[in-house]
Design a binder for this molecule. Structure first.
Ligand code: ADP
Ligand code: TRP
Length: 327
């Protein structure tokens, strides 16, 4: 049986990159046979977010986003990482068999250093906690975007180190790469990868004037509407492709390619994006309002999820402790 597991950090409002690169796939998988585990990686977020009220707000917002987008607690377990402290115990066990060299090779750590984020020990050992997240539940399928592949490979390595030392304790997790996105990454307002840390992101539930303003900030050039253009050079089409059906997308591309008196200006493309995005998330936005107005429903889902998740993690933790002679 497959046990599917993934996590997402509550370190900011979730943007289009997070939705199309991770959340959408997580939720779609709940309809496949097997068990489904999704958690809010609040321990991980402590490596960058150090404000208690903000943390509480974002954990709730992240849970609500998953529920609003269709996560069904009957099909998938949803919980807060920190409600399962067994994960940190397993992280310690893994740390004792993991060489420094493995962690030193982590791209994400090197990237954070390059962005001048203070390198705490927590940031350095982030992949160990992530491996524990996966191994604690005997997960064998881990759906992630490309940027997280190396971390899951490290979890495979750590499971191997532990099992070679103490016998078969941890299940080897396999990567399920997000493939529904027909582009490498969702671009942000400036055309680079959309990321909250680059300040180029669009919150998935943004709407109205604020969304209009953001869309108008999408970087384009100063060529006039009449000038024929190659749509593949305009990243605004990558954003439009997320929302428009193929026929409409093709029509816009044809008009831009032809140029002339009917050539659409960049403003037209941006406003079409705004409307399409608002429409796409309309029902999720409504659901979000419902969960915002019923915080006890959200609390209960997270509590029930934590009980289920913890039951599993306890068994795995006990197995691991026994294997290394601590029980
Ligand atoms: P951020 O870069 O904004 O901090 P995270 O690193 O927390 O985002 O990403 C959480 C998940 O969302 C990851 O699994 C990642 O694959 C996905 N993701 C983030 N940004 C993008 C993007 N621009 N395009 C596609 N997927 C993305
Ligand atoms: N590191 C992941 C991210 O930033 C979040 C995460 C934490 C995760 N633990 C995990 C993802 C375990 C998959 C499995 O997106």
């Amino acid at each position: 049986m497959s046990t599917v597991l993934s996590g997402i950090q509550p370190s900011g409002l979730l943007h289009l990159g997070n939705y199309f690169g991770a959340i959408r796939q997580h939720i779609a998988l709940q309809d496949e046979p097997g068990e489904h585990f999704y958690f809010i990686a609040d321990y991980h977020s402590l490596t960058t977010l150090r404000h208690a009220d903000k943390m509480r707000e974002l954990v709730r917002e992240t849970a609500i986003t998953y529920l609003a987008c269709g996560l069904d607690p009957e099909k998938a377990v949803l919980w807060r990482q920190s409600d399962v402290p067994e994960v940190t115990e397993i992280a310690w066990l893994l740390a004792t068999v993991t060489g420094m060299g493995l962690l030193e090779r982590a791209h994400s750590f090197k990237d954070k250093l390059a962005h001048h984020i203070k390198p705490t020990v927590g940031l350095f050992t982030y992949p160990i906690l992530m491996a524990a997240d996966i191994l604690a539940y005997d997960a064998n399928v881990v759906p992630v975007g490309k940027d997280q592949v190396q971390h899951v490979e490290m979890a495979q390595d750590m499971a191997g180190y532990f099992n070679n030392t103490y016998g078969d304790v941890f299940v080897r997790p396999e990567i399920r790469l997000e493939q529904t996105l027909h582009m490498q990454k969702v671009p942000g307002l400036d055309g680079q990868k959309m990321s909250k840390s680059y300040g180029n992101d669009i919150w998935m539930f943004e709407s109205g004037k604020k969304l209009k303003k953001l869309c108008s900030q999408i970087v384009t050039d100063s060529r006039p509407p009449e000038e024929p253009k190659d749509p593949s050079e305009l990243f605004v089409f990558d954003l439009l492709a997320l929302f428009l059906d193929v026929e409409e997308l093709a029509e816009w591309k044809a008009k831009v390619t032809a140029g002339g008196p009917l050539g659409p200006g960049y403003g037209h493309l941006k406003m079409r994006l705004k409307d399409a995005m608002e429409e796409y998330f309309a029902s999720a936005r409504e659901q979000r309002e419902y969960f915002l107005a019923h915080p006890q429903v959200v609390d209960e889902i997270l509590e029930v999820g934590a009980v289920k998740a913890r039951q599993r993690a306890r068994q795995v933790r006990d197995r691991a402790l026994h294997a290394c002679g601590l029980r």
